[in-house]
Write a protein that binds this ligand. Structure first.
Ligand SMILES: NC(=O)c1ccc[n+]([C@@H]2O[C@H](COP(=O)([O-])OP(=O)(O)OC[C@H]3O[C@@H](n4cnc5c(N)ncnc54)[C@H](O)[C@@H]3O)[C@@H](O)[C@H]2O)c1
Length: 336
């Protein structure tokens, strides 16, 4: 069904046709956000992307800039005076809140980063939603909220004691979202993603290995003992999973793990990168210790039976997603 988006510009009203949702995506110029923008645009939604480009890139959403169903606003979503006018101007059905600090190690070096970028961005989004009566929020959370656990964990595992400031700021955001659900009769979809990879990746172990081997092809330094083992999920599966669950669940608080059944060791990622870059033998230096860095959870695996029971599963397994991503990044960097 076609909806009209009413855009108020001073005293003018602009009406725009759209068949999907009227969505605000914070952090929409980032790695995952830009794929979500693509998918919602494909579905005929009206999309406002708010991103300060601190970690995102305008060329990731460039192909939508001429669409009348797409608006890009370069702004820091922590700033109420910049965010509120977007809520005033467009009547959003839903906010996909992805803006955050995604650099976990940077957050451990400077403790203000996760508080500012992850927690305060959530707070400002919630305050605007309450003020302008927007009822649905989809939130990008993380298994870092669990800290060290006996794996696998289910969604209801507790108590939760994160060991990184990133995990702490996400957990605090989840708590605030839950309280705003009560305060303002909102509905929340909280997704704890595993390690997400794919085209346009800008950070993480695969990105770092390729970048480092491009600079020095004969040697690779691997943080930790290489035995860190985590599930990796392709971004196309992640977006499928988010929208699948969002469209089929209707509780006040909907919270799900999105994940895959297998996991991949860091030493295997190094091997796959070296194979795909077709490099002669590379000397791999492990820095040692179980953790890659302070705050790293070296191994995790969570129970995904809740989302499986809804009828959703990822198409690519972890190691398949890793190889697919390595190939895609080498193509993007013209290194094949
Ligand atoms: N990539 C993963 O493996 C993974 C796993 C679990 C959760 N997440 C979460 O998913 C979301 C997206 O992650 P990503 O990997 O695409 O990271 P990303 O860094 O590519 O995307 C985050 C985006 O938010 C923007 N941003 C940050 N602070 C902002 C602010 N104050 N105002 C406006 N924009 C701001 C950045 O410029 C960037 O475009 C994040 O919330 C992240 O914590 C990611």
């Amino acid at each position: 069904m076609t909806k009209l988006v009413e855009e108020r510009v001073s005293s003018f009203k602009v009406m725009i046709d759209c068949v999907g949702m009227r969505a605000l995506i914070t952090g929409g110029a980032g790695f995952i956000g830009s794929h979500l923008v693509d998918r919602l645009m494909e579905e005929g939604s009206f999309v406002v992307c708010a991103d300060d480009l601190s970690l995102g890139r305008k060329d990731y959403i460039h192909h939508h800039l001429n669409s009348e169903r797409f608006v890009f606003v370069e702004c820091d979503v922590r700033k109420h005076n910049l965010l509120a006018p977007l809520f005033e101007r467009y009547a959003f059905d839903v906010v996909f809140h992805l803006a955050a600090n995604s650099d976990i190690q940077a957050g451990m070096r400077d403790p203000s980063i996760d508080l500012e970028r992850t927690f305060f961005s959530t707070y400002t989004v919630l305050v605007c939603m309450q003020k302008y009566g927007v009822k649905k929020i989809v939130f990008a959370s993380t298994p870092a909220v669990y800290g060290m656990q006996e794996w696998p964990v289910g969604e209801d595992t507790g108590p939760l004691f994160p060991i990184s400031l990133y995990g702490a700021a996400k957990l605090a955001s989840e708590a605030y979202i839950s309280a705003f659900v009560e305060l303002a009769s909102m509905q929340a979809w909280i997704f704890r993603f595993p390690n997400v990879i794919g085209e346009r990746l800008t950070h993480g172990v695969i990105f770092d290995f390729i970048k480092n081997l491009r600079d020095v092809p004969s040697e690779l330094t691997v943080l930790g003992d290489g035995k860190q083992e985590k599930p990796y999920m392709h971004v196309s599966d992640l977006i499928d999973g988010i929208l699948f669950v969002f469209k089929r669940t209707d509780e006040a608080r909907n919270y799900f793990h999105l994940g895959v059944l297998d996991a991949t060791r860091v030493s295997d990622i190094a091997r796959i990168v070296i194979e795909e870059m077709k490099l002669p033998p590379v000397s791999i230096v492990y820095t040692g210790g179980a953790q890659g860095w302070r705050g790293d959870v070296p191994r995790f695996q969570y129970d995904i039976s809740k989302v499986s029971k809804l009828g959703w599963r990822a198409k690519l397994g972890s190691t398949e997603a890793v190889r697919h991503t390595v190939r895609a990044l080498l193509d993007e960097l013209s290194l094949k």
